[in-house]
Design a protein around this ligand. Structure first.
Ligand SMILES: [Zn+2]
Length: 246
């Protein structure tokens, strides 16, 4: 099977189950099914470890506060960056790496790949990969499409750029208006999956204004709960994602 056909076949499998996802994106049933059927895509890893991930930055208004909060907890995380924001904040992007975090690709612009032509998706992801790699000085390994929208174009773009597409097992719904540290921690706890990859945001560019402050408030609450469960916290590169290439 050619690589293009393999991607198309994989996309068919993903889309067959994600047909449910896009009509009911938040349902427990869908997420559980995705984690079980597609653990690699979902970011399922070591059950004693939590992969902490932040999307939509870097953002000079909010990312520095997130970095300080992570330092205070002794945590390192994976930041899914947007190429266009990296070009606007190259120093902050380098700081992510200098402070021990992992940079990954969220695309160049924050637009869905669901109805994009393959050529458009490939150009977007390749540009973001090159920008992030050049600025950070470290080649990114992972790609998470905006809105978690998995399409054949997104899968092909990831493959052509040498990136592994990964979503999440668990989220805090920290983008919603009215989200609080407590509500985010409660949602993460309710949607927790063994070997969790947790989705949060270090910027409010696609979220309710100021929502990142609630995300900050959630971090120490999560630290207490995860410590009580004996869980370690770190970036995706330390997560042992099921089926991922080393
Ligand atoms: Zn996003």
């Amino acid at each position: 099977m050619t690589s293009t056909r393999r991607v198309a076949a994989c996309a068919g499998a993903v889309l067959a189950v994600s047909g449910v996802a896009h009509s009911l994106p938040g349902t427990v049933a869908w997420r559980s099914m995705r984690c079980r059927i597609l653990p690699r895509l979902s970011g399922v890893g070591d059950p004693g470890h939590v992969a902490l991930t932040f999307d939509d930055g870097p953002d000079p208004l909010s990312t520095p506060a997130v970095l300080d909060a992570l330092d205070a907890l002794g945590w390192r995380a994976t930041f899914f960056c947007l190429g266009e924001r990296v070009r606007r904040a190259p120093g902050l992007t380098r700081e992510l790496v200098e402070r021990g975090h992992e940079v990954a690709v969220h695309g160049d612009r924050h637009t869905s790949h669901l109805r994009r032509l393959a050529a458009s998706s490939m150009a977007d992801v390749a540009r973001a990969r090159d920008t992030i790699g050049d600025v950070a000085g470290v080649p990114p390994r992972w790609f998470r499409p905006p809105y978690g929208a998995v399409s054949s174009s997104a899968l092909l773009a990831a493959k052509r750029s040498g990136l592994q597409l990964v979503l999440w097992t668990t989220w805090g719904r920290d983008w919603r208006p009215g989200a609080t540290g407590e509500s985010i921690a409660a949602t993460v706890t309710r949607t927790f999956w063994p070997g969790a990859t947790v989705l949060l945001h270090d910027s409010d560019v696609t979220s309710a204004p100021g929502s990142w402050r609630a995300t900050l408030d959630a971090l120490p609450l999560l630290a207490g709960r995860w410590a009580a469960g004996g869980l370690r916290v770190g970036p995706l590169r330390e997560h042992g994602v099921v089926g991922a290439s080393p």
